[in-house]
Design a protein around this ligand. Structure first.
Ligand code: AMP
Ligand code: MG
Length: 528
């Protein structure tokens, strides 16, 4: 039998890694892992600290294929994924960045538990940063241990890939390994730390650069480093931008990408939970999966992060305006490179219009409108207002909307019973009224579509996920894993690859009652 030639197949251990970032910028090459300030440099060398017995728990076939990596991972590859093996072409480092956390300047932060091993050139020529999260201390670990626990690593691994399949811009994850070591964590911040299994995720992204990488250089007044980083970022990641005004043109694109990301989060009902400027990607990707959540019952005020509770700064509905605020910090960081900052301010101000334009277009798709006219804006606003009042399960509600029969005579009872399974509480009469009048408006509008019903439904099905990784499912999967049972993990891995299909309807249910108050099932702490 003639075998087809095997193309573009490499392994993690045989690959020659590129090191463009470290060879372009100044770094602290000492390899010293003691926490410290590192003025004058953009990174510090940091070798991963070996672990007891790395074991592969999960692996993304789709990402491996994109990178041109051979699928079966051998022991040497698992050793790399666990931080126990560094090959000669790698240069492991932690990046130096700063940030605004919860609205306050926090100074230098940096990769406290993320170590980039090198850059991977894929068969299509694209370059990817390969980064271990949880591989031990770096110069930026401050008082923490540089490690990550299984429950949070599982969340980062699964959600990165789930977002990719939802078509939401995101960093990726190649693997999840357990380390065989335990990690001490005070999950509830109540003075009762416990040992938990440790794990490491191999994260992959064209770049992990954040707003904070630029902020730290501006704050330190390292203007030549700042200019060099800006020029390099534009040339490498925004190569179509050129000319005298390139910083402004670049900022405008970052604004557009960030606005687009916020719209995508709203589309699928994602709440990041920690939108600090050190968690804002320069490429408009979802980055740093921590105490995130999908929205179950629709509530713009919902924050999944217990640390965010007093102010709800990072609540679902606030994300677009927080992104704007964060872009303001970013603009402030690059402003010293410009003689005239008026245009920068103008581009920053343009965020709201860009966001709204993208937002209305997205809502038009969610609702199955042929196009969004001026008059449709009040319908969209009405949806938002009514959903926030009657609080249905967001995912189930939009699925039910695709199943609404437009030709039957409308009665309040029919509408209430059609959407009944999306509610967590019995509908009050006033709420039935509100839902009914919203549906009257909606059906009238759908009947004015110039496209046929099939096209409209198709648009809705493409834009309304049916399967989402709810926090209680992730919680159950990690509890099972800790007992050695990976059945649910495997099922979730299949389901998240087809979030718009009905194939995995065993998960098409509301968050169960038991999960409403249970830690980790609705809200989470940052302890990870
Ligand atoms: P986050 O809120 O996860 O974005 O983290 C904020 C900062 O804390 C970043 O600089 C992280 O690298 C750092 N950090 C979080 N957890 C740890 C840990 N276990 N060890 C070291 N640094 C950490
Ligand atoms: Mg972070």
């Amino acid at each position: 039998m003639i075998k087809e030639p095997v193309k573009n197949i490499e392994t993690l251990s045989s690959k020659i890694y590129r090191k463009e970032f470290v060879s372009t910028f100044d770094g602290d090459e000492s390899g010293d892992l003691r926490p410290r300030q590192t003025p004058g440099v953009l990174y510090s060398k940091a070798l991963p600290t070996p672990v007891k017995s790395p074991e592969l728990l999960a692996w993304s076939d789709e990402l491996a294929k994109e990178l041109g990596i051979k699928n079966q991972t051998e022991k040497m590859d698992v050793d790399i994924l666990g931080g126990n093996l560094i090959t000669p072409s790698m240069y492991p480092y932690a990046a130096c960045y700063a940030g605004h956390q919860f609205g306050q300047w926090a100074g230098q932060l940096g990769d406290g538990r993320a170590i980039t091993l090198g850059e991977w050139e894929a068969p299509d020529g694209r370059s990817w940063e390969m980064q271990l999260k949880g591989a031990g201390p770096t110069a930026y670990s401050r008082r923490a241990d540089g490690r990550a626990v299984l429950r949070s690593s599982l969340r980062e691994y699964l959600m990165s890939e789930a977002m990719y399949h939802l078509r939401v811009p995101t960093t990726r994850a190649l693997s999840l390994v357990t380390t065989g070591d335990s990690v001490l964590r005070d999950m509830f911040y109540d003075g009762h730390p416990e040992y938990e299994p440790g794990a490491i995720v191999m994260r992959v992204s064209p770049s992990f650069l954040r707003f904070g990488n630029f902020e730290v250089l501006a704050a330190r007044n390292e203007l030549s480093n700042l200019r060099k980083l800006v020029d390099w970022t534009i040339q490498k990641y925004y190569p179509h931008i050129d000319g005298n005004d390139k910083i402004i043109a670049w900022f405008k694109e970052v604004v557009e990408k960030t606005a687009g990301l916020m719209v995508e989060w709203l589309r699928v009902g994602f709440v990041h939970g920690v939108m600090n400027t050190d968690n804002m990607s320069i490429l408009g990707l979802t980055i740093d999966y921590g105490p995130y959540s999908f929205i179950d019952d629709y509530d713009p005020n919902f924050t999944p992060n217990t640390t965010d509770l007093p102010g709800r700064r990072y609540a679902f509905g606030r994300q677009p305006s927080i992104a704007h605020w964060n872009l303001g910090c970013f603009a402030g960081a690059i402003a010293p490179l410009l003689d005239d900052t008026e245009r920068l301010s103008a581009e920053l101000e343009g965020y709201t219009d860009i966001f709204l334009q993208k937002y209305y277009a997205m809502m038009g798709n969610k609702l199955g409108l042929d196009k969004v006219n001026k008059e449709d804006i009040s319908l969209i606003n009405e949806f938002e207002k009514t959903l926030a009042t009657i609080k249905p399960d967001m995912t189930i509600f939009y699925q039910s909307l695709t199943e609404l029969d437009m030709d039957k005579g409308d009665t309040k009872d029919r509408i209430a019973s059609h959407f009944n399974h999306s509610f967590y509480k019995e509908l009050q009469p006033g709420h039935v009224e509100a839902l009914f009048s919203l549906m009257e408006m909606y059906i009238t509008r759908i009947k004015r579509n110039t496209c046929n019903r099939e096209e409209s439904l198709n648009r809705m099905q493409q834009n309304n996920p049916r399967f989402i990784l709810r926090n209680y499912l992730l919680h159950q999967a990690s509890e099972d894993l800790e007992k050695g049972d990976d059945t649910l993990l495997t099922k979730l891995q299949h389901a998240m690859k087809e979030p718009y299909s009905k194939k995995y309807d065993e998960f098409f249910t509301k968050r169960p009652d038991w999960a409403t108050q249970k830690a980790g099932c609705s809200m989470l702490s940052c302890s990870s």
